[in-house]
Design a protein around this ligand. Structure first.
Ligand SMILES: C[S@@+](CC[C@H](N)C(=O)[O-])C[C@H]1O[C@@H](n2cnc3c(N)ncnc32)[C@H](O)[C@@H]1O
Length: 249
């Protein structure tokens, strides 16, 4: 079983992950969620495919907002089980599959999303090509990843609650093994330039890039807000598949 599947299938890790996500002022709620939702915009009447959907909380929210359909792709069987419970009594679906082996149906979606999951994938070029294939003309891809200044080097995580952040080996893309939630996990570092090239190289028009600048209103604690002003945790990008050009009469 690949390491990332085993990671989230481990009951201790999963319990710690879900507890981490439930903490007040956790970075997903204060930083990633508002950023992602603002880039995703109006979800009504959209067919959505979500790569690395986790517990599919986004699917639940999207369907509540009037999305036409939601399909989550998720590698961990345990997370698939959680996601299916979350989506019970909705039309939302979850495929137990890896992002790397997901095969898009041509023009099946209006929005392809991936939130904090692409860091587990080494070779992203075929994934962006598949996303492009999945989208109808005019459809959009919105992704969030851990920011490259974070993924370049995880040494500062060993401090526990970080007070400094080391950026190092930035131009050495690839695997970074680190301890997270009590277990080793491999994430893949890609530079900012590589992310832009992946989006543009797949044929998308890049619309917006954002770096999870904290907004005071999203934090309970003023001290945590101040701390999050120090370094960007997340990078998010929105891009569009071009509309078909009308042929001249
Ligand atoms: C940090 S969680 C984010 C979950 C969700 N997208 C969210 O933002 O709440 C990453 C998720 O991606 C899944 N994942 C990791 N590698 C994957 C892969 N290669 N294919 C599919 N899912 C993967 C994990 O099992 C986990 O559920």
């Amino acid at each position: 079983m690949p390491e990332d599947e085993a990671f989230y299938d481990n009951p201790d890790v999963r319990a710690r992950y879900l507890a981490h996500r439930a903490q007040p002022d956790n970075p997903n709620t204060t930083l990633e969620r508002p950023l992602f939702l603002s880039l995703a915009g109006d979800l009504s009447n959209l067919d959505i495919v979500d790569l690395g959907c986790g517990d599919a909380a986004f699917g639940q929210e999207a369907l509540r907002q009037g999305a036409r359909s939601y399909t989550g792709i998720e590698a961990s069987q345990a997370m698939v089980d959680v996601a299916r419970q979350v989506l019970a009594n909705t039309p939302g679906k979850v495929d137990h599959n890896r992002i790397e082996t997901w095969q898009a149906q041509s023009e099946q979606a209006d929005l392809v999303s991936s939130r904090l999951a692409l860091n587990y994938v080494e070779h992203l070029q075929p994934v962006f090509q598949e996303m492009y294939q999945a989208l109808r003309p005019g459809g959009r891809v919105v992704v969030s990843v851990e920011h490259p200044v974070i993924t370049s080097n995880f040494a500062s995580l060993a401090e526990g609650r970080r007070t400094t952040w080391l950026v190092d080996n930035y131009f050495q893309s690839g695997a970074r093994v680190h301890l997270w939630l009590g277990q080793e996990i491999t994430k893949y570092h890609h530079t900012l330039e590589e992310y832009f090239d992946l989006v543009i190289g797949a044929g998308f028009e890049l619309e917006r890039v954002r770096e999870s600048r904290p907004q005071r209103d999203n934090f309970v604690s003023a001290a945590e807000y101040e701390r999050r002003l120090r370094i960007p945790l997340f990078l998010a990008m929105a891009a569009r598949k071009p509309n078909r050009h009308r042929s001249r009469a």
